[in-house]
Ligand binder design. Structure first.
Ligand code: SAH
Ligand code: DHB
Ligand code: MG
Length: 220
């Protein structure tokens, strides 16, 4: 199946997504630096970009930067007075991301905050809410990330969670995988919070079988 999923994904990308030397260069830089190739796919990147555009986001929070590939997809959609704060624990990842975002011409809109995301989130202090939040870091901490996401949300904030299907393992209630446990708790919290309207989509493609959640904050 994986071969067919990838073939269709590649066909659709070729047909629908303009070739973009900047985005390709970022992936190349990440590979050269030895970063894991777990960035969003081009199709997913374009979806993030469309969501930023659709909610007219001006302030974005991303948890989990890696080399800044998803960051770039989103940052390019921001207005000139927009801001994107992205959180990354690994110094090498943060350094490569800063280089990439500078090279791509969006460094003025993006802050890469280096350090464990929970620490950064605890110390953000009083600030205006974010319009869109993309949760894509260490999955065991997803429940805490959701709490913080809600803390920094307003009615109308869109909260996106990546990697919630994990090859179907998400349905296993006795899983010993801390990432899957984190995602299951995350989904449980999303489903039981009356402030949220939530959907989840399973995806297949170049990144295998996975999925994402979309949560709209109705009230805070
Ligand atoms: N959003 C990126 C992919 C992120 S991969 C993209 O699609 O391009 C997940 C990232 O989260 C990795 O770079 C990893 O170093 C980072 N990470 C893991 N644990 C973290 C933590 N506790 N705080 C912040 N970042 C963390
Ligand atoms: C992994 C993390 C991701 O954010 C992703 O999109 C795919 C895989 C991982 O840690 O394996
Ligand atoms: Mg991910």
């Amino acid at each position: 199946m994986q071969q067919q999923w990838s073939a269709v994904d590649n066909y659709l990308v070729e047909a629908l997504i303009p070739n973009d030397p900047l985005l390709n260069q970022v992936l190349e830089n990440n590979q050269r630096a030895g970063l894991p190739a777990i960035d969003v796919s081009p199709m997913q990147g374009q979806l993030l970009a469309l969501l930023v555009r659709m909610v007219r986001a001006r302030r974005i929070l991303e948890i989990g930067t890696l080399g800044g590939y998803s960051t770039l997809w989103m940052a390019r959609e921001l207005p000139v007075n927009g801001e994107l704060l992205t959180l990354e624990a690994e110094p090498l990842h943060a350094a490569i991301a800063r280089e990439n975002l500078h090279f791509a011409g969006v460094a003025n809109l993006v802050t890469v905050a280096e350090g464990p995301a929970l620490q950064t989130l605890e110390n953000l202090g009083g600030r205006p809410p974010f319009d869109l939040i993309f949760i894509d870091a260490d999955k065991p901490n997803n429940p805490s990330y959701l709490k913080w996401a809600l803390h920094y949300s307003r009615p109308g904030t869109l909260i996106i969670g990546d990697n919630v299907v994990r090859n179907g393992e998400v349905t296993n209630p006795t899983t010993t995988d801390a990432s899957v446990q984190g995602v299951r708790k995350f989904i449980d919290m999303l489903g039981n919070d009356p402030r949220l309207t939530v959907t989840a989509m399973q995806t297949v493609g170049v990144k295998g079988w996975d999925g994402f959640t979309l949560a709209w904050v109705n009230a805070i």
